[in-house]
Design a protein around this ligand. Structure first.
Ligand code: NAD
Ligand code: UD1
Length: 351
């Protein structure tokens, strides 16, 4: 029996493949490569020392999905596939609703047709909008999202809840990620954003390797310990391990629909300047910065209460901010252009 991994060539998906393999699971990857190169999968193969099965296709293409279900025995799905750039979602909302919401509908329809009724879904802390306080618990209000990307996550959560009510056999686990950062400890896999990074950590890494000059810190007047925004950064390998626990849980006797939505964070909030300091320490490089005006749509503070995931999934983050910065720098300095130069080279990377 296999797990279908939609979006498995991407940043979080590719790291999760390694942890699933370590835990003895087998999987099929389904990705349209709209935001990932196949080189990420080559790297996974090197790390796990075996071949993996990759099917190129789009989740909106029902026939392509059906072919995968016809060709392989699949008993559950981890659904990473989606577009995730907040700014782009504001500029092109229909593209986001089509890709993320319509794509998920097609996937769920095909799953139902093939009696595959277990899914883990990549949601986001963005569904909480601007929370009244932190730490954020899973029962805090959701839906007051600030952008179309966030709304696609909220809508998909609601679709999954409705589906599980309509079909008692259908089981979903919703993981609300906080801020995934870092890279695999091998230094061969990591985040590879297109163009100028929007997110903090990849931007800092590119400064550390000399690709960018300085960091624009968005706002220095928030009500936080140093005036800059506070977030819950989580190491991507800890996040990957949460998916293994979620898959275990879906098949266990303990599974209960009432306990199926989890925050995946560390419970610790760090400011932008805390992150800069930690990165300087890990990389021994200078990270120049200038504090500028706030970014529209940003909130002051957002960090998780991770207790529920520990209690029910038996999962907790163990990697520190220093691990996150060290692994991120190792990846970025080994691969200053990410996977790209290797793609042009037909993946002929020598380990
Ligand atoms: P990513 O862009 O690296 O990976 C997503 C993958 O999905 C890519 O490989 C892309 O090619 C694929 N994909 C996109 N649309 C597809 C489609 N229609 N059909 C098939 N494949 C498609 O992103 P990531 O950071 O690995 O994020 C994975 C998931 O986690 C996404 O759903 C994202 O919204 C969610 N998430 C990410 C973060 C984050 O900060 N990275 C935070 C919260 C939630
Ligand atoms: C953003 C998205 C969120 C998404 C998440 C992961 C917004 C408003 N939110 O979260 O929906 O789920 O990414 O993809 O875009 N910062 C700087 N300078 C920079 C970049 C960031 O100061 O160049 C600051 C931000 O103001 C924030 C912190 O760093 O305080 C983290 O920013 P970022 O990495 O973009 O994540 P979020 O804004 O938390």
């Amino acid at each position: 029996m296999n797990i279908l991994i939609t979006g498995g060539a991407g940043y979080i998906g590719s790291h999760t493949l390694i942890e699933l393999d370590n835990a003895g699971y087998s999987f099929i990857i389904f990705d349209n490569l709209s935001n990932a190169p196949t080189e990420s999968l080559n790297r996974v193969e090197k790390i796990i020392n075996k071949s993996i099965i990759f099917e190129q296709g789009d989740i909106r293409d029902a026939q392509a999905l059906k072919n995968v279900f016809l060709n392989y025995s699949i008993n559950s799905v981890i659904h990473f596939a989606g577009l995730k750039a907040v700014g782009e979602s504001v500029a092109q909302p229909l593209k986001y609703y089509d890709n993320n919401v319509v794509g998920t509908l097609r996937l769920l329809e095909v799953m139902q047709e093939f009696h595959c009724k277990k899914i883990v879904f990549s949601s986001s802390a963005t569904v909480y909008g601007d929370p009244e306080s932190s730490p954020i618990k899973e029962d805090f209000p959701t839906g007051a999202t600030t952008n179309p990307y966030g709304r696609t996550k909220y809508i998909i959560e609601e679709i999954l809840k409705d589906l599980c009510v309509s079909d008692p056999e259908f089981k979903s686990v919703i993981l609300r990620y906080f801020n995934p950062v870092g890279a695999h400890e091998s230094g061969t896999m990591g985040e590879d954003p297109n163009g100028i990074p929007n997110n903090l950590m990849p931007f800092i890494s590119q400064i550390a390797v000399g690709k960018r000059e300085y960091l624009k810190v968005f706002g220095g007047d928030y009500a936080t310990h140093d005036g800059t925004g506070v977030r819950d950064y989580i190491h991507v390998v800890d996040l990957a391990l949460a998916h293994v626990k979620a898959i275990d849980y879906l098949s266990s006797e303990q599974f209960s629909r009432e306990h199926s939505i989890f925050n995946i964070g560390t419970g610790q909030g760090y400011s932008v300047l805390d992150m800069v300091k930690a990165y300087v320490k890990a990389s021994d490089k200078k990270i120049p910065y200038k504090i500028i005006e706030r970014r529209a749509g940003d909130i002051a503070t957002c960090f998780a209460c991770p207790n529920y995931a520990k209690e029910i999934l038996d999962w907790e983050a163990t990697r520190t901010i220093d691990d996150m910065c060290k692994d991120s720098y190792q990846w970025q300095s080994n691969n200053p252009d990410g996977y790209k130069n290797l793609q042009e080279n037909n993946g002929s990377f020598k380990f």
